[in-house]
Design a protein around this ligand. Sequence first.
Ligand SMILES: NC(=O)c1ccc[n+]([C@@H]2O[C@H](COP(=O)([O-])OP(=O)(O)OC[C@H]3O[C@@H](n4cnc5c(N)ncnc54)[C@H](O)[C@@H]3O)[C@@H](O)[C@H]2O)c1
Length: 253
Amino acid sequence: MNPAANVEGKRVLITGGASGIGAELALLLASRGAKVMIADLSAENMAKTIEQGNTDKISSCQVDVADADSVRALFKEAMKGLGGLDVVVNNAGIDHAPAPMHEVSDDDFDRNIAVNLKGVWHCMRAAIACMAPAGGGHVINVASVAGLRSSPMISAYSAAKHGVVGLTKSAAVEYARANIRFNAVCPSFIDTPMVQNTMAQLDERAQHALIKANPMKRLGKPEEVAGAMAWLCSDESSFMTGQTMVLDGGMLA
Ligand SMILES: NC(=O)c1ccc[n+]([C@@H]2O[C@H](COP(=O)([O-])OP(=O)(O)OC[C@H]3O[C@@H](n4cnc5c(N)ncnc54)[C@H](O)[C@@H]3O)[C@@H](O)[C@H]2O)c1
């Protein structure tokens, strides 16, 4: 018996699938027989991810999740390319330069809300429109521990991620009878290009503090998040909706 969560034949759309957590999840699901479409701003990085997987199970479509028209076009393409949608993973995201709240620029604040919150809302709305007539589905939103607790120096990011948790819970209740589930994944610091970029802006002491911010005293690995998310993508999670799955090395314990 294969002990891994069964995702064989699942049709999965992953935004932000060209890098970090999204790319790792795409590769893992494809290796277990899912049919995956990755959607990202970066066509170049999507091509690299597909090349890395060396599989015809992953296709791609360029999107800007902050743009409602672009998201509409993506879901049309996904329905055509995948033949339906069992799971949508809203993972595309950005952060901003660490700064005290009064120094966060309007541009940083607006862009974090546009991508991290409104982008998720665009994709949730499109996913519901596809899944409801088909009899159901599962939407997995990638939030953060920053969506559950204080996050000094990244207040705009934290505000957007708290919003994602709110959207997830409300939608779970609104669409439970339509058989559409909504859950959020809340990682702490994971070793991806996003965090590597943040680290590069910090002095050595702050870098050390970030790495040791949880009781395990290390960064999480993208594959540790992808493994848990693969279970969420499977039918084994079928009674779970409106929840936040925290992957944080014990930070919130
Ligand atoms: N890495 C962490 O420590 C961490 C912790 C908690 C939550 N998260 C969340 O996990 C998700 C993935 O982050 P990651 O660490 O893998 O980052 P990453 O930077 O490696 O990947 C993010 C991907 O999103 C894409 N993207 C950004 N803006 C987009 C847009 N407008 N439209 C489409 N694609 C867009 C980027 O091109 C990139 O490929 C994000 O939502 C992030 O906030 C990350």
